[in-house]
Structures are given as structure tokens and as C-alpha cells.
Design a protein around this ligand. Structure first.
Ligand SMILES: CC(C)(COP(=O)(O)OP(=O)(O)OC[C@H]1O[C@@H](n2cnc3c(N)ncnc32)[C@H](O)[C@@H]1OP(=O)(O)O)[C@@H](O)C(=O)NCCC(=O)NCCS
Length: 210
């Protein structure tokens, strides 16, 4: 059954609750589940960097953190940050992308800051998932990103070694489209991510491409 959730900006006091939701969704803490159970449940791959979250919560620049609340309880969070920082801090990631030519052509403009890209790093809900917290959380991130001048929102959803089916369905439902993949080797295993985007400005949609 759907519930009603308040979506608001995160505050410093929310960081422990955000970290707890991150932890309960972490792949490394769900090793008792089979691949099918993981796909159905959904999961996160990366442990949250609490200092990074706190700095974005405190200065409000270069990203946004929003929480979903049921009464006083934080039940979900979404965290997105300025893609220009990622390009600056980890330019080697560009070599790991297999993306359509239209989207690749945009990268020069992201790097020059001519098109503002925001990366949805994590979205997760606690045991209340599936009851309607995720969608308004995502929609609030979109709305606030647009207000902050961002034109493209990007997210990565795991395809291999374990497909995050639940998250793929969620991203499809909220209107994100795939523009390619990213492949990163980790502990001798290939992690392949689906790169999904949403264009916040209609005139950029040609890059959805083939
Ligand atoms: C992905 C996640 C954030 C979505 O949040 P949620 O609260 O479960 O989503 P909602 O209940 O708002 O559902 C949103 C849409 O997703 C789809 N959805 C939700 N649960 C689903 C399920 N079990 N199977 C298929 N689709 C589902 C529905 O179509 C729903 O559409 P609707 O709003 O028209 O009903 C949440 O499931 C989660 O935290 N999963 C674990 C962590 C994770 O995978 N994060 C994403 C990593 S990339």
C-alpha cells in the first residue's frame, strides 16, 4: 500500500540515518541473498562517503541531498552532485564509457561547463521501499536540479555481475533512458553499468540517439 512521504532538503542531523539506509542496502551486507533475490530487492554497490554528503548538505553548493520522511523518520535519500567535479577529479572515467555518439559529443560541453550535468550518485529507501517514497524523491531531485541550472541528470545502474532489476524498472518508470554503458574492473571482475540519463531541457533530447 502506498504511503504519504514528506520530501525535504537533508540537514546535518540526517546524515546518520542516511548512512544507516545506505548500509542496509549495500551489496556487501546482502551476501546471504541469491542473484535473483538481489535483483528483485534492489541494492547499492558503494558505501556512502559521509564527509562528502555532509559537506554538500552544509554548503548547498555542487550538489543536492534530499530525504523522504514518514513523520519524523527519514526513510530514504537521494544524493546528486555536479558532474563537472567528477570530470575534474576522475577524468580517466571517460575512457570507461561505451556511449552513443550523440551523447559522447556532449562531453566536451560538460567539461567546459557549457552544459550543466548532475550525477545522481545514490537513491535508496529503507524497508518501506515500494510504497511510494522513491518516485517523489527522484522528482524532487529533478525539480531542484533544474532550479539550480542543471540540464542533464545522469545515473548508473548495475547490469553485471548482478543486474539490479528493481532499479532498472524504477529508472524506466521515472523516464530515464539508456545512452550506453560503463565498464570498470574491480577485484578481477568486470562491473558493467547502464548509463541512464534524463534531459531536463527539451532541446538536448536528440542525444538520446539510437
Ligand atoms: C529503487 C528505489 C529507490 C525505488 O524506491 P521505491 O520507494 O521502492 O519506489 P516507489 O515505491 O516510489 O515506486 C516507484 C516506481 O517504481 C516501480 N517499482 C517500485 N517497486 C517495484 C517493484 N518491486 N517491482 C517493479 N517495479 C517497482 C513502480 O513502477 C513505481 O511506479 P508507480 O509510482 O507508478 O507505482 C528503492 O526500491 C530502493 O531503495 N532499492 C534498493 C536500492 C537501489 O536499488 N537503489 C538504486 C541503485 S541504482
Amino acid at each position: 500500500m502506498k504511503a504519504s512521504y514528506l520530501i525535504r532538503k537533508a540537514q546535518p542531523k540526517d546524515v546518520p540515518a542516511i548512512a544507516a539506509i545506505n548500509s542496509q542496502n549495500l551489496l556487501e551486507n546482502l551476501t546471504h541473498l541469491s542473484a535473483e533475490q538481489l535483483a528483485r530487492r534492489g541494492f547499492l554497490v558503494s558505501r556512502l562517503d559521509e564527509r562528502k554528503i555532509l559537506s554538500i548538505v552544509q554548503d548547498g553548493k555542487n550538489g543536492l541531498v534530499r530525504v523522504a520522511c514518514n513523520g519524523a523518520q527519514v526513510v530514504g535519500y537521494a544524493f546528486a552532485y555536479n558532474g563537472l567535479l567528477l570530470m575534474r577529479d576522475e577524468p580517466q572515467l571517460l575512457d570507461t564509457l561505451q556511449i552513443n555518439p550523440e551523447y559522447r559529443a556532449m562531453f566536451g560541453e560538460f567539461c567546459a561547463g557549457a552544459i550543466k550535468l548532475v550525477c545522481l550518485d545514490q537513491i535508496a529507501v529503507d524497508e518501506q521501499m515500494g510504497r511510494g517514497a522513491g518516485r517523489p524523491l527522484f522528482e524532487r531531485v529533478l525539480k531542484d536540479a533544474l532550479k539550480q541550472g542543471y540540464q542533464v541528470l545522469e545515473d548508473l545502474v548495475l547490469l553485471q555481475p548482478v543486474r539490479n532489476d528493481r532499479s532498472h524498472r524504477f529508472h524506466d518508470e521515472v523516464g530515464m533512458v539508456s545512452v550506453g554503458t560503463q565498464t570498470i574492473g574491480k577485484n578481477g571482475q568486470a562491473y558493467v553499468w547502464d548509463l541512464k540519463v534524463q534531459f531536463l531541457c527539451p532541446d538536448l533530447r536528440a542525444a538520446e540517439g539510437s
